[in-house]
Design a binder for this molecule. Sequence first.
Ligand SMILES: NC(=O)c1ccc[n+]([C@@H]2O[C@H](COP(=O)([O-])OP(=O)(O)OC[C@H]3O[C@@H](n4cnc5c(N)ncnc54)[C@H](O)[C@@H]3O)[C@@H](O)[C@H]2O)c1
Length: 440
Amino acid sequence: MKSAEKGREIRPASGKLGVLLPGMGAVATTFIAGVEAIRSGLTRPVGSLTQMGTIRLGKRTDNRCPRIDEFVPLAPLSALEFGGWDIYEDNTYEAAKNAGVLNNEHLAALKPFMEKVKPWPAVFDPQYVKKLHGTHVKKGSSKKDLAEQVEADILRFKKEKGLDRLVMVWCGSTEVYREAGEVHSTIEKFEKGLAESHPDILPSMIYAYAAIKNGIPYANGAPNLSADFPALLDLAKKTGAPIGGKDFKTGQTLMKTILAPGFKARLLGMNGWYSTNILGNRDGEVLDDPESFKTKEVSKLGVLEHILQPQLYPDLYGKIHHVVRINYYPPRGDNKEGWDNIDIFGWMGYPMQIKVDFLCRDSILAAPIVLDLAIFFDLASRAGMSGIQEWLSFYFKSPQCAPGLYPEHDLFIQLMKLKNTLRHLRGEDLITHLGLEYYD
Ligand SMILES: NC(=O)c1ccc[n+]([C@@H]2O[C@H](COP(=O)([O-])OP(=O)(O)OC[C@H]3O[C@@H](n4cnc5c(N)ncnc54)[C@H](O)[C@@H]3O)[C@@H](O)[C@H]2O)c1
């Protein structure tokens, strides 16, 4: 049954949707390959909520459980066009081959399509990603000039492909750690900083600025500051651009935000959580630089504290040793192995241990997230939702949220928030799981 409120007006998803990808490495090329493979009938969209998920509506006895893509108007996969930038000029077939994620059979089948998707020259400066040295980069008289060149790329792509709408998902490398400073405090100071090539304006911020200025949704798949500061948040409100980040929630952090809520639900105590990884792809190489790792570490460490709330449960979670390590180990390529040792304690304080050994595939886990973010951010835009999209925290390790709020990390609360937002958009009753009415 529909609630009194009618829901929001949502513009139809007609026409083509351009997906802009700054950084066309392992994740971006696996995403593009997967979408084309699904469109060609080679595979199913496993891991994607927008393509495979369902949503319960009304009471449990109503038996209303449509697919999400039937419930809200989403851009179909056939409407997606891909564009992007990289510091290497390899087309996406060559980049996917180098990334070593996909097998030869898939690569061969997708080659004709992927060879045609070629990155544009990037905005890049090796002082912010120290391990990489590409030559496919833009030259500009200032950072403002570079931002204008990115805008020109976007507008040209839109025209050439006859696109109706655009969305940008940062899939570039993790930049060195920066906190928001004076230059990030207002849009006036930020634009002055662009004109003066301020050193605290990093390339990812330039892409984000170009997108947001044009009302294009911006989602940040890396832990970089990128669009998480007042100047771009204010700009997003003005231009109507939805934004979100940071850092795709894939392997180890996904497991952490699945397991930790369970321990807390049963009030099992915790003394420590030691996480370590071996990873051999280019992302692993970039994260081998301590300054890029610092950005990642901050993103990964926040999770437990927010889920376990040691301030409310000092006896259970007041003294946790939480350690996160990433080790660059080339033989493994994209097939990361993540180990977790969790020291918990139970009744009368007796200790127990849990070991998790996750042999995962980083880009295979990240690709459906890129797809869902592109599709849901486009929905948000058509529904007139601007600024931070907290309902999409589900996809991020370090979710952006309003100033003064703490981020919600619990995967199950995040999913409930996401689905309730969809119900809200369509004027359906929110589901609280109270359920007393079944027993009246
Ligand atoms: N794969 C995962 O599970 C996962 C999870 C969370 C976050 N991430 C993040 O997603 C990003 C992409 O991961 P990946 O495995 O594809 O890495 P990757 O190294 O294979 O790809 C990143 C690409 O970005 C390019 N690049 C770097 N700076 C750029 C710039 N300024 N402009 C344009 N291109 C630029 C690089 O040349 C590279 O091709 C990384 O920041 C990573 O930390 C990945």
